[in-house]
Design a protein around this ligand. Structure first.
Ligand code: SF4
Length: 386
């Protein structure tokens, strides 16, 4: 592109001309834009098809679930919006509160680490359980995320889980020794993204397998994965036997099903049920996070790393220093410091920052009529576990 300036009746006029080189470049840019638009449209169509399939599967699933037939309904409760929507949906369906148990898998464990999670999450879960009159049991991998990550020629630690009779432990005696000393990989495969498997999925399974109270009974495990979140999650079945189901076993027979009631829900539906019940969402949503689990989630966007650095600098620094110590970054080729440098921190109020990073959650759970507001993080960056 070149420009010719000439004076015309006292005004400077700019004439835009074009060379054949410019025309070729523009053509290439137009072709690239058309390709990007086609790819975005294909992705949208694929997502719409996945959602439609999820809705059909969900309708079929609900037709075969007899909620009244389960003795215990365990809700895997992270404190995030999707698990909260699961709880509220069960209440909407008339499930009696005395059969519902919230199970929160404590990612940092109870041995003193606070590397990954929001400080308020544990107490937020307590507040929700108390407000709705349902039981709450915590469970965790001893040593938490940090302990598992620092394994160096050692076996994975034992799992602790609260029961009606107190804390029980299982495992920790495996002869298998190995070394991690690196963060989980940002992948859908739980073999390499070991945090989800070791700190959540396996912890839940261990707690079910090792409690005699589930033997000879019907248990429903409710989880909040949604098809919209990722192509991987879109493939999940809305209803299936849970992995610790042993209905046909010769010993310790137990029937355990798994239901994903919000699998076909949109984010809009999730926020709608929370608003209808006027429930105060986890404070991290007010800060700007759209998905809430670990504060320092390995899938964090550049804006989230920048925001974490602003809101919880000591936690951010510890993650950054582990990257240096291991000589391996969470995201290939970019340290969390470089990611944070590329991002922009959310506009966060001091009060919300304090709420998210405090051990206590002192706010009302059910907000007064007319005061519920959609948090800043709703419909934002949807990065998180896939
Ligand atoms: S929230 Fe992120 S870091 Fe935490 S366990 Fe899940 S995938 Fe891992």
């Amino acid at each position: 592109m070149f420009r010719i300036l000439f004076e015309c009746t006292g005004l400077w006029v700019v004439y835009h001309g074009m060379t054949s080189m410019d025309a070729k470049a523009e053509k290439r840019a137009a072709a690239k834009a058309a390709k990007a638009a086609a790819s975005a449209a294909a992705k949208l169509a694929k997502k719409a098809a996945a959602m439609a399939a999820a809705r059909v599967a969900a309708d079929a699933a609900i037709a075969q679930i007899d909620l009244a037939s389960y003795d215990v309904i365990v809700v895997a409760f992270s404190g995030g919006k999707d698990s909260l929507a699961c709880l509220l949906h069960l209440l909407d369906l008339g499930v009696s509160r005395d059969r519902i148990e919230l199970w929160h898998h404590d990612v940092d464990g109870r041995e003193g680490s606070s590397l990954m999670d929001w400080r308020c999450t544990r107490d937020y879960c307590r507040a929700i359980a108390e407000a709705f009159g349902v039981k709450l049991y915590y469970s965790w991998k001893c040593g938490g995320f940090e302990g598992e990550m620092l394994r160096d020629g050692t076996a994975t630690d034992r799992t602790a889980f609260e029961t009606p009779e107190g804390i029980r432990y299982s495992g920790g005696d495996s002869p298998k020794r190995s070394t991690r000393r690196q963060f989980p990989q940002m992948a859908a495969d739980l073999k390499v993204r070991w945090c989800s498997a070791y700190l959540k999925v396996d912890v839940c399974a261990t707690a079910i397998r090792n409690q005699a109270r589930f033997a000879g009974r019907r248990t429903l495990v409710v989880t909040g994965e949604r098809a919209e979140e990722s192509p991987n999650r879109a493939k999940y079945l809305p209803f299936e036997p849970y992995r610790e189901d042993n209905r046909d076993g010769r010993r310790a027979r137990r029937l355990v099903d798994q239901w994903r009631p919000v699998h076909a829900w949109t984010e809009q539906q999730v926020w709608a049920v929370i608003e209808r019940h006027s429930v105060n969402p986890h404070p991290a949503y007010r800060l700007g996070w759209s998905r809430v689990s670990c504060a320092a989630c390995i899938f964090g966007s550049v804006d989230q790393w920048a925001s974490l650095r602003a809101v919880s600098p000591a936690q951010f620094d510890r993650v950054a220093s582990y990257e240096g110590e291991f000589g391996k970054t969470i995201k290939r080729h970019l340290t969390v410091v470089q990611q944070a440098d590329q991002g922009r921190a959310y506009a966060m109020s001091q009060a919300d920052a304090v709420a998210a990073t405090s051990e206590r959650f002192d706010e009302p759970v059910v907000l007064p009529a007319g005061s519920w507001r959609l948090p800043a993080g709703a419909y934002g960056d949807s990065c998180g576990p896939s």
